[in-house]
Design a protein around this ligand. Structure first.
Ligand code: ZN
Length: 294
């Protein structure tokens, strides 16, 4: 994704990993592969890998710079973390932090970290390993977590402390969220919370109990960091298709449908957490259904 400019705000993508990933039927059990094949003309080459049939996916953060602040949206998987449930993420090593520096952002420069939700691939770089301890990666940042999302994972970790957390979380709340809280850098926020008169949080729960989309209005244009309310652009066309990681299936479908219907033919740049390059796009009407247009 080329850097995007919205007035005096810039948005860049910081990639941790990208390429052919899950098979469609694994990530999106609701997916009808015949339907997917029929849509290959607009899904290829960016979002569907013809040779393997896999979905092309990305794990990335967004680096947002305003005249006042440097903001990170979602922080990927992170380095050195114990993630036995997902082999490619177990003790991962990537130059994510070096690449952030190469963009002109030192860890000390980050003012805010905003997590759309607290799944394992959205909180990793909240912390890093220093002398055997997990410490906040960004010493001067405030980290904004939705209060309901935080409460859910706090209870889940408490209920299964020896199981490495619930589901595929592999204890990410313990190593990537609690140290931020312990350092006094976490701020628990609610829907509608705003920042700089430019960003505000929009309730999009369903994929997770307190999932938020982060909306932005700047330079006469709107954008939305939509997190995991869609994992793949095909879900703009079939919002009833859930991912296997959706917490509340019915709420997740309803939230996605409302989001897609509400953005069709609106000039809002959609910036999802896992859409591969070129990543940014709009939702456009396409007969009875919508489509994602890069
Ligand atoms: Zn995710």
């Amino acid at each position: 994704m080329m850097p995007l400019r919205f007035g005096d705000v810039t948005v860049e993508r910081l990639v941790e990993a990208e390429g052919p990933g899950f098979f469609p039927g694994f990530l999106i059990p609701d997916c009808d592969e015949e339907v997917l094949t029929a849509e290959r003309d607009w899904l290829r080459p960016h979002f569907h890998h013809g040779e393997t049939g896999r979905l092309i996916m990305s794990v990335h953060s967004y680096v947002v710079r305003t005249p006042k602040h440097t903001i990170l949206v979602d922080t990927c998987v992170g380095n050195d973390k114990d993630r036995p449930s997902t082999k490619p993420w177990h003790h991962l090593q990537t130059p994510w932090l070096e690449n952030l520096r190469a963009m002109g952002v030192a860890p000390e420069d980050v003012d805010y970290v905003m997590c759309t939700h607290l799944h394992v691939d959205h909180v990793g770089w909240n912390t890093r390993l220093v002398d055997g301890r997990w410490v906040p990666t960004f010493p001067n940042a405030r980290y904004l977590f939705h209060k309901d999302e935080y409460a859910h994972w706090e209870a889940a970790e408490a209920a299964s402390p020896d199981a490495g957390g619930s589901g595929g979380s592999d204890g990410c709340f313990t190593d990537s969220v609690l140290p931020v809280m312990a350092a006094g850098q976490a701020v628990l926020v609610d829907n509608g919370h705003s920042l700089d008169d430019t960003f505000w949080l929009d309730d999009t729960r369903g994929h997770s109990p307190g999932h938020v989309a982060i909306r932005m209005a700047a330079g006469g244009h709107e954008a939305v960091f939509s997190g995991d309310l869609m994992h793949h652009p095909i879900q703009a066309m079939y919002p009833e298709w859930n991912s296997r990681f959706c917490h509340d299936p019915e709420m997740s479908r309803a939230t996605r449908r409302r989001f897609v219907d509400g953005h069709a033919e609106r000039d809002v740049t959609v910036l999802a957490a896992h859409f591969a390059a070129p990543t940014a796009g709009r939702i456009v009407a396409n007969g009875d259904r919508c489509r994602f247009q890069v």
